[in-house]
Design a protein around this ligand. Structure first.
Ligand SMILES: Cc1cc2nc3c(=O)[nH]c(=O)nc-3n(C[C@H](O)[C@H](O)[C@H](O)COP(=O)(O)OP(=O)(O)OC[C@H]3O[C@@H](n4cnc5c(N)ncnc54)[C@H](O)[C@@H]3O)c2cc1C
Length: 459
């Protein structure tokens, strides 16, 4: 049966539900199609559950360090993984139910459960229904990439999704991939009590960051007893009884790492291969990301792509910002663009890494005249008081405009403090706005004026 709507939204990630609400508020009839769990990656297998687990891991770590703070706890520290998972499920489940409830109660909105596929630029099939609309919004997200390693199909492998079902403590978790997702799981499971090994192909962890950031993070993780193999290629995988064996060509030559569990964290791929995009005239790049312009229009008129599937961001905040751009332009008469936004994200290990704008390496490559400063957290009063002095604050400033070019705060509170610098960047304010500001004592942010007072020409 063909059913006619004003708009179709495919996927309920971080852009789809808000897009549906905005369209419905404007009086349009909207069909929303979801094949999996409402809320997508962030809510069910990404940000929310992992940060909830990180909080449990942090609690375990603090308890182990309790004597450093003069607090004694009798008995051994034991992490109850069933309760850790139950807490995670409750937090994540609340968000999942919230998304579903909002959509189901939304006026002008009809929900379809199932796999959506374009039949033409104006029609989408789901189960036995054919939906027709002049506008479609694709928010199908992505999934974990599975590398082609010989023998991998013969061993049990975990991804960020299946990790969500774990309610036992892995004796030894092997993680292939030393980037953002892999590192968060590595520290979390080490703190839960697992032995953890990271196998990374590149010469350093999170190789998109500056080398000093990668090195400091490596030292933090090694300091907690995590084994890190860099420049290491996984040659093959095999079962050894109940164990998983990974053969690695590493810096010290070939080696075999034996573990109880194997997590693949080598990147993400977009969910675009089975969407019938060719029938709609929607082009993708060679990696499957939907080609979009600066306002997120695809190559097919009347079809937009939002979130991870367009390759213009890989975060909850970029997906939500995609919604704001598309809806403001379409319904608010604005002309917002993806290129107006400033890169920002965090790595939620402990200490967290907050990032905004350019890395120091990017500033150097740009060959502009710049000022820079690097300030150790060991000289930040609040970090000393909390007993969390690892890391540093790094800021780069344009020497001509005095505007902030980029920053990395690897340190306690770094994921929050970074926003002071980010907002100054959005305001296009000179760095002296922060340097001359009065901040609250005692905080990490209170040191930003001091740090900015020590800028030197970037040599
Ligand atoms: C382990 C992990 C941790 C992360 N941590 C962070 C973090 O701390 N901060 C951060 O900003 N980002 C984080 N991310 C990234 C973040 O989760 C995503 O960028 C974010 O969820 C945006 O996703 P999205 O809106 O593109 O779509 P998604 O949330 O992926 O949703 C897509 C939805 O579309 C549905 N769908 C797909 N195909 C179809 C189809 N054909 N028919 C019907 N429905 C379909 C899916 O079922 C899914 O529900 C993390 C990701 C992972 C994996």
């Amino acid at each position: 049966m063909t059913r006619r709507f004003d708009a179709i939204v495919i996927g309920t990630g971080q852009a789809g539900p808000s897009m549906a609400a905005r369209l419905a508020e404007a009086g349009m009839t909207v069909a929303v199609i979801e094949r999996g769990k409402f809320g997508g990656t962030c809510v069910n297998t990404g940000c929310i559950p992992t940060k909830t687990l990180v909080a449990s891991a942090h609690a375990a770590h603090t308890v182990r360090r309790s004597m450093e703070y003069g607090v004694s706890i009798d008995g051994t520290v034991r992490v109850d993984m069933k309760r850790v998972k139950a807490r995670k499920d409750a937090v994540s489940g609340r968000s999942n139910m919230g998304v579903e409830k909002n959509l189901r109660e939304m006026k002008n909105c009809t929900i379809f459960r199932g796999h959506a596929r374009f039949e033409s630029a104006r029609t989408v099939s789901v189960n036995d229904d054919l939906l027709e609309a002049d506008r479609s919004f694709i928010n199908v997200g992505g999934r974990a990439s599975i590398p082609s390693i010989p023998g991998l199909d013969q061993v049990p492998c975990l991804t960020n999704s299946s990790m969500m079902d774990i309610d036992v403590l892995p004796q030894h978790l092997i993680i292939v991939g030393g980037s953002y997702i892999g590192l968060e799981f590595a520290q979390m499971y080490r703190r839960f009590g697992s032995e953890v090994s990271i196998i990374e192909l590149a010469p350093r962890l999170i190789s998109r960051e500056d080398a000093d950031v990668s090195d400091a993070i490596r030292d933090v993780l090694k300091g907690e007893g995590i084994r890190i193999e860099l420049n290491a290629r996984c040659r093959s995988a095999a079962r050894r009884g109940e164990q998983v064996a990974v053969q690695v060509d590493g810096e010290a030559g070939p080696a075999e790492i034996l573990g109880s569990h194997l997590l693949l964290a080598v990147g993400r791929v977009p969910n675009t291969h089975d969407l019938g995009l060719e029938k709609a005239g929607v082009a993708t790049d060679p990696r499957g990301y939907i080609t979009v312009d600066d306002e997120l229009r695809t190559t097919a008129p009347g079809i937009w792509a939002l979130g991870d599937c367009n390759g213009r961001g890989a975060f909850t905040h970029t997906s939500y910002n995609d919604f704001e751009i598309v809806s403001d332009n379409l319904l608010g008469g604005k002309a917002r663009r993806v290129t107006d936004r400033i890169q920002t994200y965090a790595l939620f290990i402990d200490p967290p890494l907050g990032r905004c704008g350019m890395t120091e390496a990017e500033v150097r490559t740009s060959q502009r005249r710049a000022l820079a400063v690097k300030y150790p957290m060991s000289r930040v009063g609040r970090a000393i008081e909390k007993g969390e002095t690892e890391g540093f604050i790094k800021i780069a400033v344009d020497a001509e405009s005095s505007q902030i070019l980029g920053a990395a705060i690897l340190g306690t509170g770094g994921d929050e403090v970074i926003h002071a610098l980010l907002d100054a960047m959005y305001a296009k304010a000179p760095y002296t706005t922060i340097k001359n500001a009065m901040h609250i004592h005692p905080t990490v942010a209170e040191f930003l004026p001091t740090v900015l007072g020590q800028l030197q020409p970037l040599s």
